[in-house]
Design a protein around this ligand. Structure first.
Ligand SMILES: N[C@@H](CCC(=O)N[C@@H](CS)C(=O)NCC(=O)O)C(=O)O
Length: 193
């Protein structure tokens, strides 16, 4: 993110992170709040949650995915991540992430095989679920699939490492998720190979 973009985001939302949704007079940030806003704003579109019960469960999956999958994944991909950033963003990324981790990116990503195994272990409930149904939300994808897919997409675009075991149920699900919405998951450039 360029500094000018960050200032624009700050002016709109009072904080500096993306995503941000601007819809007429409404500005919403935080992924979960954006999803809730869209669900209410477009009631005749396919539901993201499938009702109040689904919304409650989607919230748990959102938190689970961000914390229980996102945290171990950082220790797999963070060492590679600066390479996909604009040169002027690399120092910012390193400084902020190393502050959060309390160590260098290289130290956080030491023992890559062990870190990958820890991430795949965290994915076990997902692998089990997807081995008996095609999507997290059941027969068709919805918000819980999108939020969990974002973790895998982060890895696909930010690292050359394959974090998904070949032939696994997660690999098949990820392939179907990439293909959604006219192959949207492949529209953006990934890790420089
Ligand atoms: N909980 C927030 C997290 C937002 C977040 O961390 N966004 C990242 C990009 S995906 C960001 O803006 N990072 C900028 C920074 O670290 O300064 C959400 O889900 O919207």
């Amino acid at each position: 993110m360029r500094f000018a973009d960050v200032e624009a985001i700050r002016a709109l939302t009072g904080q500096h992170r993306t995503p941000v949704l601007s819809d007429g007079d409404h500005v919403v940030h935080e992924t979960w709040d954006i999803a809730c806003y869209l669900e209410e704003r477009f009631p005749s579109n396919p539901s993201l949650f499938g009702g109040a019960i689904g919304r409650g469960m989607a919230r748990l999956i959102n938190v689970w995915s961000d914390t229980q999958l996102g945290s171990p994944l950082r220790r797999v991909i963070y060492g590679d991540f600066p390479a996909v950033l604009d040169a002027e963003d690399r120092a910012y990324f390193r400084a902020t992430r190393e502050r959060d981790l309390g160590m260098t990116l290289e130290a956080a990503c030491a023992d890559p095989e062990g870190k990958l195994a820890a991430f795949q272990q965290a994915c076990a409930p997902l692998e089990h679920t997807l081995s008996v149904q095609p999507y997290i939300c059941g027969p068709a994808p919805a918000y819980a699939d999108y939020t969990v897919f974002s973790i895998f997409q982060w890895a696909r675009l930010g690292s050359s490492k394959e974090v998904v075991a070949q032939g696994s149920a997660i690999a098949e699900w990820r392939r179907r998720m990439i293909a959604l919405f006219g192959n949207l998951g492949d529209r953006f450039p990934g890790y420089p190979m």
